[in-house]
Design a protein around this ligand. Structure first.
Ligand code: IPE
Ligand code: IPE
Ligand code: MG
Ligand code: MG
Ligand code: MG
Length: 320
């Protein structure tokens, strides 16, 4: 099957199942939990988990949908909390949870999804020992995301963040969950340690590439396209490869730490392009995409492995 068609199929299955599970949410807390979950999303982490399972054992993904949903619940929980931290107003084309229900309820709404995720993971049909390892791996990934998010915030407004510090931060805040998605898929499908490690590395490296592209999208894609506030990173003074390179080339982005109009953002993008910064950052995303594919080369070739390679290409080509 062609990659885009496959991703659409996973998206449809995840959307349908979540609607069945959360569609009749009752009361503020559960309505707030369901809001972002049912607002769409690319559902890429579930796709990575299912494809990873099938690279280990063809057809094994059929019984692992609960594990794929668990990852999507964790991801959505991190988004709800991230939007509070980043002060964002829109996500997936709808108002963020805290703008509708307030921060205290949004925190709890995220917590509910976090708890449900572990319940779902335990419902995946797999060997008990593999399931315990998967739960442990997901719990570790969650703590790493917290570490990454803490670093992300601690970098706000600093002007001396290095590329190394940035990479550690994105590896934790974004790489860790993609790594867990791929490795848990492999583990639950009965993969060997070598296969699971290769999948973990694949997820980690591709997750870094994914976040680098997300930083580019933040500044270049319209709100209509991305479904998120454009220029949020500049407004918060986030440190990304874009700001690090701009600083190296003498283009100070600190004055843009405020609400910016479309015209102002277009002007910043124009200046970044003149300095070749977007292209240079893109080239770094390509390096991580290549590292992800290299990690996968330890696994025997299959249609599913080819699709995982395609997924990384998609990560760095996407505009939303
Ligand atoms: C956004 O993730 C958060 C990051 C890690 C950059 P996605 O771009 O996968 O968001 P959705 O799930 O499609 O909304
Ligand atoms: C967030 O990174 C990564 C998470 C762990 C949620 P961003 O803050 O860049 O994600 P977006 O751009 O808001 O989706
Ligand atoms: Mg954010
Ligand atoms: Mg953030
Ligand atoms: Mg972002």
């Amino acid at each position: 099957m062609e990659l885009i068609a496959y991703l659409e199929k996973v998206q449809e299955t995840v959307d349908k199942t979540l609607l069945r599970e959360y569609g009749d949410a009752y009361g503020d807390l559960y309505k707030a939990s369901a809001h972002l979950l049912l607002a769409g999303g690319k559902r890429l982490r579930p796709a990575v988990l299912l494809l990873s399972a099938d690279t280990v054992k063809k057809g094994r993904s059929d019984e692992l949908l609960p594990a794929a949903l668990a990852i999507e619940l964790i991801h959505t929980f991190t988004l709800i909390h991230d939007d509070i931290m980043d002060g964002d107003r829109e996500r997936r084309g709808v108002p963020t949870v805290h703008t509708l229900w307030g921060e205290p309820t949004a925190i709890l709404a995220g917590d509910v999804l976090y708890a449900h995720a572990f319940e779902y993971l335990c419902h995946a049909l797999a060997d008990d020992r593999a399931r315990v390892k998967a739960v442990t791996m997901l719990a570790k990934a969650c703590a790493e995301i917290c570490e990454g998010q803490q670093l992300d915030m601690s970098f706000e407004g600093r002007n001396d963040v290095t590329k190394g510090e940035y990479l550690e931060m994105v590896q934790k805040k974004t790489g860790a969950l993609y790594a867990a998605s791929a490795a848990i898929g492999g583990l639950l499908a009965g993969g060997t340690m070598v296969q699971t490690d290769a999948l973990y590395q694949y997820g980690l490296q591709s997750g870094i590439a994914f976040q680098i592209q997300d930083d580019i999208i933040d500044i270049i894609s319209s709100k209509e396209r991305s479904g998120k506030d454009r220029g949020s990173d500049l407004r918060r003074g986030k440190q990304t490869l874009i700001t690090i390179k701009a600083c190296e080339k003498g283009f100070d982005l600190a004055p843009y730490k405020r609400d910016l109009s479309t015209e102002e953002l277009d002007e910043v993008v124009g200046n970044l392009q003149k300095l070749c910064i977007i292209d240079e950052v893109r080239a770094i995303a390509v390096e991580y995409a290549e590292a992800a594919k290299k990690a996968l080369s330890l696994i025997p070739r299959s249609a599913e492995r080819d699709m995982l390679n395609g997924v990384v290409e998609f990560f760095i080509a996407r505009g939303s």
